[in-house]
Design a protein around this ligand. Structure first.
Ligand code: SAM
Ligand code: SF4
Length: 327
């Protein structure tokens, strides 16, 4: 595997997040507007072969960590083929972020074709509340998926929780206490101001300090060593098997360690989640671009990476939905 290619700020870019679809079988209240979003035309979305070709270019530049996300990635009918091919290209760490609704049946097959891990998004442990937050989701299916992922060896199972004041922030202790018996990672992700201007203000966001104060009632919470990669700051409760992580892009910006590029379902390389700058790869690919020129597009995208996002509290992004670019 080649050495990772560095950006203009000398950050080594070895992580690719691929949003394989903007479709979803849920409409979580903080991710999508109630009326849904306009989807990309199928013809304008990357095919299996195009995604794999781009991953090959990325791996020639030292990308060794790949996450498949969406929308809901398990809606892609070629998901097993994608996982198998990406693993064959040498991804050392291949994971999927999913809402889990379709994972119970797919965990075993996904593991078999080379998936290493999953992150399952679950914002509440209450079935009625889950239905409200996701606008219709079935909690039991996700819970079953978590057991199936664990049983299939997709480990460690990571559970993504977005705490929202007045909606689910009263469940921080219940989520944290799951780590006492299970080696799961519970990751509290700070609410990001995506679309829906005015609705998700700074007051709705729950800070890491508040969560730590609540969780500390369960016992001593120790900070684990930071290995200098990844946005999560990880802690462990005394005697716990699992880990509690906090991802706080706004209050504890981690841009200086950013090691990632994103690929959108319609074939744009997006150097930063919160910047509209991007490089079109689908058009050149469909016009027969050579591997050398595709490699140059990859390098150009890496060089485009900004030093950091300029997201401040109450500064709402132009993005209409996280599902369009992949959270
Ligand atoms: N559908 C899959 C799922 O829900 O896991 C993958 C895509 S989803 C966009 C990826 C992650 O982004 C989820 O964990 C979700 O909770 C998170 N997310 C979506 N909108 C968000 C927002 N406004 N702020 C913070 N996280 C968000
Ligand atoms: Fe769909 Fe995931 Fe967004 Fe929820 S967070 S609407 S599951 S893409």
């Amino acid at each position: 595997m080649a050495d990772a290619f560095a950006d203009s700020f000398n950050r080594k870019i070895d992580y690719l997040r691929i949003s394989v679809t903007d479709r979803c079988n849920l409409k979580c209240i903080y991710c999508m507007p109630e009326g849904g979003v306009r989807h990309f035309e199928t013809s304008s979305m990357l095919t299996t072969g195009e995604i794999i070709r781009f991953v090959a270019a990325a791996s020639r530049h030292g990308v060794s960590k790949v996450r498949i996300t969406g929308g809901e990635p398990l809606l892609r009918t070629d998901i097993l083929e994608l996982v198998k091919s990406i693993k064959r290209l040498g991804a050392r760490d291949l994971s999927i972020t999913t809402n889990g609704l379709m994972l119970a049946e797919m965990a075993g097959p996904l593991k078999k074709v080379g998936l290493d891990r999953v992150n399952i998004s679950l914002d509440t442990l209450k079935a009625d509340r889950y239905k409200l937050l996701t606008r219709g989701g079935e909690f039991d299916r996700v819970w079953e998926a978590i057991q199936a992922a664990e049983g299939s060896g997709l480990s460690p199972v990571k559970i993504n929780v977005v705490p929202i004041r007045g909606m689910n922030d009263d469940e921080a202790i219940e989520f944290a206490s799951l780590t006492m018996e299970k080696d799961w990672h519970i990751r509290f992700i700070e609410l990001m101001p995506v679309g829906q201007r005015g609705k998700w203000s700074g007051e709705t966001r729950v800070t890491k300090a508040e969560l730590i104060e609540k969780i500390s009632k369960l016992g001593k919470l120790s900070l684990l060593e930071f290995k200098g990669k990844g946005p999560s700051r990880n802690y462990r409760l005394e005697g716990a098997k699992g880990v509690i992580g906090f991802i706080s892009p706004i209050s504890e910006c981690f841009c200086q360690w950013c090691n990632r590029l994103r690929l959108t379902p319609n074939g744009r390389i997006r150097p930063c989640l919160f910047s509209d700058a991007g490089i079109d790869i689908i058009t050149p690919m469909r016009r027969g671009v050579s591997d050398e020129d595709l490699d140059e597009l990859f390098r150009r995208a890496v060089r485009l990476k900004p030093a950091g996002h300029r997201l401040k509290d109450n500064d709402f992004s132009s993005l209409s939905s996280m599902s369009k670019i992949g959270g």
